[in-house]
Design a protein around this ligand. Structure first.
Ligand SMILES: [Zn+2]
Ligand SMILES: [Zn+2]
Length: 182
């Protein structure tokens, strides 16, 4: 298969298990048909922590990522964090991306069943992580939210939405270069 030179960089923000990063790397490489590199982790920035909310500002983490990463033409970077993220005005976010930009972040924290007092389900957790990663990267490629609840670009208000949607783009959202030959 012809590989595009456009790369996706996965940037662990804090310690993230290698297997999770590998899973994300393989899935995004396949779906976006490009090379994916995993970078050395950076520390979760202290200044992103909001003690009143006991959460981290995703926008402040994106700012920190910007100062750490030198992106070449067309490259995109996805931060992977395991702290609870928020943006002002929302209780929490699964992730944040600059629409049509180069930086995005996802949080793994709310993707575990144990967060909700349920027994952990490893494969469900990994599936959710892949979906969040592909969704935020979709935003970096300029895709907005999609009304089709099966499309990966459908907005996830809760994990019910995440679990209901597929990991792929609907024909309207998919870019031609993502269609890998079968
Ligand atoms: Zn979104
Ligand atoms: Zn769609």
């Amino acid at each position: 298969m012809e590989r595009k030179s456009v790369r996706i960089i996965l940037l662990p923000v804090g310690t993230i298990e290698e297997f999770i990063l590998d899973t994300l790397s393989k899935a995004t490489s396949r779906i976006f048909n490009c090379q994916v590199s995993i970078y050395e982790k950076i520390k979760v920035p202290d200044e992103a922590y909001n003690p009143a909310r006991n959460q981290y500002s995703s926008s402040k983490i994106l700012e920190k990522m910007r100062s750490f990463i030198k992106l070449e033409n067309g490259e995109k970077a996805l931060g992977v964090a395991d702290v609870d993220l928020y943006v002002p005005g929302l209780n929490f976010v699964f992730g944040e991306a600059e629409l049509g930009g180069r930086l995005a972040i996802i949080s793994l924290t709310r993707l575990r069943q144990s967060f909700y007092g349920l027994p952990d389900d490893r494969s469900l957790f990994l599936q959710r992580a892949v979906k969040e990663a592909v969704h935020e990267l979709g935003h970096l490629y300029g895709r907005g939210h999609c009304p089709d609840f099966r499309c990966i670009m459908h907005f996830s208000n809760s994990l019910l939405d995440t679990d209901r949607k597929s990991v792929s783009f609907c024909p309207r959202c998919r870019l031609p270069e993502w269609t890998s030959p079968v």
